[in-house]
Design a binder for this molecule. Structure first.
Ligand code: MSP
Length: 508
């Protein structure tokens, strides 16, 4: 079964920000991990290009909405290329095939009796593209997320009969594992418990959207159209825009990775829409936390927005990936701190991992003509580093499968720390000066080189660049986690080995 994973489809009202880079990096690590263990992966990202927000931004820039979307989506494409994101698809909701998929989906939902006309009154946030539950007051309340006044709306719209799905959605969100992390489930449960209300899925007087078939003057509400982008994205180049074909290509998604602010759309509205159209439901929705910078919310007005393109240019891919994935528990809010960033990168990547690799390869060069020395006792199952390696492999694999990038990073790092510690204890540089100790030095060095190799492989999903450089230095083929559609090459099928990643026996 294809492992389909998605980032949100990013609004193209502005250039990519660190929040979008964060989700995409995490998904990239997950996609690489799944490929490494041999799963066929479809990694989807993309751009959400319709709606009032985009229309207004384009108008303000004096561009047609399409020209504006073309320009910003190109920035996303370029950024993901520079980050070497291994996405298989980049869907744009202005793709003509997407319109056909939305129309077919809508026809099914309508045929199922789930579309009704109704009056929509309420406070709307254009930046969120969402009605808020604020009471009708004379003065406009502020959007709690964007700190901007809400706009009053009173329209005749088409509604999706969400209320019919109360029980199914309650059962779905009660399923262990559907909403992750568990801490985010309560918030959705509370919302659902209050009783699901039908929600409007069309807008009138909004030309920048997909027209609703059979309902003149209506265009689809941007969220109705955008969520379906996950399905359009499954189509291969040259495929006809056929909903069933798209579904057959890789639906349902194994996981939608999103920020916590858009959980309700993914865990409530979207499953109900899919149920109505008779399509399978995503297996998991993972809501990660928000990033702040030096304790402050990032915002244009504060002038403290971190530009991911600039960050990449200044610090490099490995450093940024390491910091974001290793320091911030995925699922919780996190704070980007410059000093901590520098410290972590220096301590972990340079002093621990870099040092391990440099000293081991230089000893192999100096004493063993650059070859891996004879294994001797260094390959024994009861070698002290064997237990550390086993522990690191088991923990990293389990953590990556659960999107716990921090634990995965720590476990791999711990193996590097253990290997460095072992070297310090054995001090082969002193032994080498003594007669008759060469076999022991060889065995020690073998064990440490093997640990370094495993560190590199375990890090492949998190730090593909560093991993590839380490493996190259160790003269080992790179872990095949990057190529879309590739399956693991370094995988071990040996009995008793963790699935996918190599066991010690392969190194001999
Ligand atoms: N277009 C919708 C998603 C549609 S999915 C079918 C959207 N786009 S967005 O560009 O506004 O947001 C994309 C993602 O960025 C969201 O998951 C949001 O949570 C995330 N982030 C925005 N700011 C963020 C931070 N400061 N930190 C982490 N993620 C943040 O919503």
């Amino acid at each position: 079964m294809t492992y389909t994973l998605t980032t949100p489809l990013y609004y193209v009202n502005d250039k990519p920000h660190l929040g979008s880079a964060y989700t995409t990096l995490a998904c990239d690590a997950l996609a690489r991990f799944q490929r490494l263990i041999g799963e066929p992966v479809l990694f989807i990202t993309g751009c959400d290009e319709h709606g009032q927000k985009i229309q207004r931004t384009a108008e303000a820039a004096g561009l047609s909405p399409q020209a504006h979307c073309d320009a910003v989506s190109a920035q996303y494409r370029e950024l993901w290329q520079r980050w070497q994101i291994s996405n298989d698809r980049l869907i744009r909701t202005t793709d003509p095939r997407h319109r056909r998929i939305v129309e077919q989906f809508f026809a099914r939902v309508e045929a199922n009796g789930d579309i009704v006309e109704g009056r929509q009154q309420g406070w709307y946030c254009v930046a969120c593209e969402e009605f808020k539950d604020e009471p009708a007051t004379a003065a406009a309340p502020q959007c709690p997320i964007h700190q901007r006044p809400l706009e009053w709306r009173d329209e005749l719209n088409l509604f999706f009969r969400l209320s019919r799905y109360q029980e199914s959605i309650e059962a779905l969100i009660a399923q262990p594992g559907f909403i992750q992390p568990v801490s985010r489930r309560n918030e959705v449960e509370n919302f659902v418990r209050q009783g699901l209300r039908d929600f409007s899925i069309s807008r009138v007087n909004l030309p920048w959207g997909i027209p609703v078939p059979g309902h003149d003057g209506h265009t689809f509400y941007v969220w109705f159209d955008a969520l379906l982008g996950y399905i359009t994205a499954l189509l291969e180049e040259g495929d006809a825009p056929d909903l069933d074909l798209a579904v057959a290509r890789g639906w349902p998604a194994a996981v939608h990775v999103i920020g916590k602010d858009i959980l309700r759309f993914h865990a409530v509205y979207w499953p109900a829409m899919l149920l109505s159209a008779g399509l399978p439901l995503p297996r998991q929705v993972f809501g990660h936390g928000f990033l702040t910078r030096e304790g402050q919310k990032m915002g244009k007005s504060l002038g403290n927005v971190l530009d991911p393109a600039l960050l990449l240019e200044r610090c490099g891919r490995d450093a940024v990936r390491w910091y974001l994935l290793r320091d911030i528990p995925f699922g919780e809010d996190g704070d980007f701190q410059q000093q901590r960033f520098i410290d972590l990168v220096n301590n972990d990547l340079a002093n621990t991992i870099g040092n391990l690799l440099n000293r081991t390869s230089s000893m192999a060069r100096r004493w063993f003509a650059g070859a891996v020395p004879p294994a001797g006792d260094g390959a024994r199952d009861d070698h002290p580093l064997a237990a550390a390696a086993h522990q690191a492999r088991t923990t990293t694999m389990a953590a990556l499968a659960q999107l716990d990038f921090r634990s995965a990073a720590e476990a791999a790092l711990q193996l590097a720390i253990s290997a460095n510690g072992y070297l310090n204890d054995q001090a082969p540089w002193s032994r080498m000066k003594q007669e008759g100790h060469e076999a022991q030095v060889a065995a020690d060095l073998y064990a440490v080189l093997e640990a370094a190799r495993l560190v590199a492989l375990l890090l492949a999903p998190l730090l593909p660049d560093l991993s590839a450089r380490m493996l190259e230095q160790l003269a080992e083929p790179a872990a095949e986690s990057s190529r879309p559609g590739a399956t693991g090459r370094n995988g071990c099928a040996g009995v008793g080995c963790g699935r996918g990643l190599p066991c010690r026996s392969q190194a001999r």
